[in-house]
Design a protein around this ligand. Structure first.
Ligand code: SF4
Length: 273
């Protein structure tokens, strides 16, 4: 039996890799990765992928989209003439091209299966958090339809590791800004993520604005990034709102409101007489 870790370079997938090797042995574990263009996948995420794989002595198995080195999520959207942010069945086109299609192709080539003839030689391991019950159910159902069994090692009772620092490897530095290891400028992300991108990654922000203009769709429901920039992000930056996805959106936006109010109150009166 082989255990295929969906290995993204995020903290959870690194923990899953360690748990899987400790439980099943390195010869039975596959670290399957979809590499992403270095403009939008941080260099430090790539470091963590390498360091954990080296520590475990398991090679990274690539399952990449052709042209992944050059094409980011916006190039993919341009090419497809389709920007799927919100409310589009099937999800973001970038996930399909960069992850889903290469994953299915790799599985079909290496562990062919179907609903009526399920794969008995491999289990796919996901790093979903114990709180993500709905995502787990959905994922298990999708994979079952395709003939694959799944497991979620972060639910295991006898866990041997909780923080990747326990094996002397630092988690990606991007967690200081973002609450996940996804692409910078994620097409599925909300306004809090895009504020961080606006402040920290101006080139990505401009490319996202251009993508919206050309394709005539918005990434965030009903709000073009250009409008958010003028109405929200510029004033937030002026008022000194820290760009980071550390809080829940509710807490973050409550803090933004209070910081903006304080900033406005501290402004000098603009009367001339
Ligand atoms: S992380 Fe976001 S931008 Fe990257 S492929 Fe997934 S949905 Fe697209």
């Amino acid at each position: 039996m082989k255990y295929i870790v969906c290995y993204s370079g995020g903290h959870s997938s690194a923990i899953v890799a360690v748990e899987a090797v400790r439980r099943y042995g390195r010869e039975n574990v596959i670290l399957l990765n979809h590499d992403i263009c270095s403009r939008v996948e941080d260099v430090d995420i790539k470091r963590v992928k390498r360091e954990v794989a080296d520590f475990l002595k398991v090679p990274i198995t690539p399952a990449n989209m052709p042209g992944w080195e050059e094409k980011d999520q916006f190039d993919i959207a341009f090419e497809a003439r389709y920007l799927s942010g919100w409310g589009v069945p099937g999800g973001a086109i970038c996930t399909t091209r960069l992850k889903t299609e290469p994953f299915r192709r790799w599985l079909a080539e290496n562990f062919p299966a179907s609903k009526d003839n399920p794969c008995r030689e491999a289990v796919v391991l996901y790093g979903f958090d114990p709180k993500e019950v709905n995502r787990m159910r959905r994922r298990a159902a999708i994979m079952r339809e395709q003939g694959y069994f799944v497991d979620f090692p972060l639910l295991w009772e006898n866990r041997t590791i909780h923080e990747i620092e326990e094996i002397g490897i630092k988690r990606p530095s991007t967690y200081a800004l973002y609450n996940h290891a996804n692409c910078k400028g994620c097409l599925k992300a909300g306004a809090m993520h895009w504020y961080v991108v606006y402040c920290m990654e101006p080139e990505i922000f401009e490319k996202a604005k251009a993508t919206e203009r050309i394709l005539g769709r918005t990434i965030i429901k009903g709000k073009p990034l250009g409008l958010l920039e003028v109405e929200k992000y510029e004033p937030m930056k002026r008022a000194g709102v820290t760009p980071a996805e550390m809080d829940s959106p509710q807490t973050f936006w409550a803090r933004v409101r209070s910081q903006l109010a304080e900033y406005e109150a501290a402004m000098p009166c603009e009367c001339t007489e």
